[in-house]
Design a protein around this ligand. Structure first.
Ligand SMILES: NC(=O)c1ccc[n+]([C@@H]2O[C@H](COP(=O)([O-])OP(=O)(O)OC[C@H]3O[C@@H](n4cnc5c(N)ncnc54)[C@H](O)[C@@H]3O)[C@@H](O)[C@H]2O)c1
Ligand SMILES: [Zn+2]
Length: 376
């Protein structure tokens, strides 16, 4: 059933655009593209599963509005964020004689959004693209803000560009086909937004946890809208991470990324790793005296209420995890920049956390109580 479309501006001068969030609006994309004066040729870049579920409705909508549509389908999953997929997209763009005014429609999760956005950023030094996010993570986070990119075989997300889309067109009804684990994973980013800047959302989350796991619930649209407005506001003020604001979006990601990479991106979803990372960041803040126990417990309640983990599911070598943090540190210019909570709705950045505190907290996170520890 179609519901009211909510629209949010992202004000970035000549690179401004709108985020539209609704339910049942996927089939109106063609009309919208016409309204924002998109070029005649449009290429849908999508992944196998998403194409089989939503490809027809999107391509019909574009074609019935007069667009000349071509399609590139990549495999599902993170491996698609590769040089090989990028080349495939470039081949298709050349074969279909795309030019500067043509556009790309990124239809899918964060993987497709990052890949298609980067293809748009680099083909002919930049063609237009729109984001049509179909995962919760993509609807609340990755489709907004213009970070695009692919992975290098040796490191994730290291080849990329800041390149804003012309439109973000989110249809919450697409979430009804998303596996529940992926919904929970997206909810970790929702909790992230709540902790970094929305105390009211912190209260709303545990009270409405079961509704949020149900993709057809109206509360979910409200939550998506709130998260988008937080991100839009941050991106407007610090588009290219030149200040201390956009980095706050990395809350929970320092330990989260290290955990994902140590477990080869297969054991934990991104959101699960971020949930564990947020618990780590809050505990660090508690230990260095910059937050209190109530904050840590309130965050733990939120994380548990949506069924996300607060520690690893089995013991892992905490020294290896700390080493992984050091590796990331090297890439980031020699320092780990922690995003730590002060209270619900407020975080700060610091490079000043004693190694011994990190080691202790990481050890607690990776050695869940009640489980026999036997790691070397
Ligand atoms: N650019 C940014 O600012 C930013 C921010 C956060 C994350 N990311 C990136 O996002 C990626 C993760 O994105 P994700 O969590 O959306 O994962 P994903 O894109 O891999 O999607 C998860 C899986 O769900 C499938 N899928 C997508 N929509 C579906 C639907 N409606 N129904 C059924 N299946 C569906 C996909 O085909 C895929 O297999 C990572 O590569 C991460 O680096 C980017
Ligand atoms: Zn994230």
């Amino acid at each position: 059933m179609a519901s009211l479309l909510r629209r949010l501006p992202v004000s970035l001068g000549p690179r401004s655009y709108e985020i539209a969030i609704g339910r049942g609006n996927l089939g109106r994309l063609g009309q919208e593209l016409k309204a924002i004066d998109s070029g005649l040729k449009q290429m849908i870049v999508t992944s196998n599963t998403v194409w089989s579920l939503y490809g027809k409705i999107v391509s019909d909508s574009l074609e019935s509005n007069g667009f000349d549509v071509s399609v590139t389908i990549v495999r599902d999953g993170e491996e698609a964020k590769s040089f090989q997929s990028l080349l495939t997209i470039f081949d298709m763009l050349l074969e279909n004689e795309f030019e500067r005014r043509s556009g790309i429609v990124a239809l899918g999760g964060g993987v497709v959004g990052d890949l298609a956005g980067f293809a748009a950023a680099t083909f002919m030094r930049g063609i237009r693209y729109v984001q049509v996010p179909t995962t919760l993570l993509a609807q609340v986070d990755s489709s907004i803000g213009g970070k695009t990119g692919i992975n290098h075989p040796r490191a994730k997300n290291v080849v990329g560009a800041f390149y804003q889309p012309r439109l973000v067109w989110a249809d919450a009804s697409t979430l009804s086909t998303l596996p529940e684990r992926e919904i929970r994973s997206g909810l970790a980013e929702v909790i992230k937004y709540a902790v970094i800047s929305d105390p009211a959302l912190c209260r709303l989350l545990p009270e409405n946890a079961s509704d949020l796991l149900n993709a057809s619930n109206e509360t979910l649209i409200e939550v998506i809208y709130r998260c988008c407005s937080i991100k839009a506001h941050i991106v407007e003020r610090d588009e290219k991470e030149q200040h201390d604001l956009r980095p706050t979006l990395n809350y929970g990601h320092t330990i989260g990324h290290a955990l994902e990479s140590l477990t080869n991106y297969v054991e934990y979803t991104h959101g699960e790793a971020v949930a564990i990372g947020m618990m780590g960041a809050a505990q660090i803040s508690l230990e260095i005296g910059t937050t209190n126990r109530d904050m840590v417990h309130a965050q733990e309640d939120m994380i548990r209420s949506v069924g996300l983990p607060t520690t690893t599911s089995h013991p892992i070598n905490s020294e290896e995890l700390t080493r992984q943090l050091q590796k990331d540190k090297k890439r980031l210019g020699g320092r780990v920049r922690w995003v730590l909570p002060r209270k619900l709705g407020e975080v700060f950045l610091t490079e000043d956390v004693p190694e011994s505190v990190v080691q202790r907290v990481v050890n607690d996170l990776t050695h869940p109580k009640g489980i026999e520890v036997n790691c070397t």
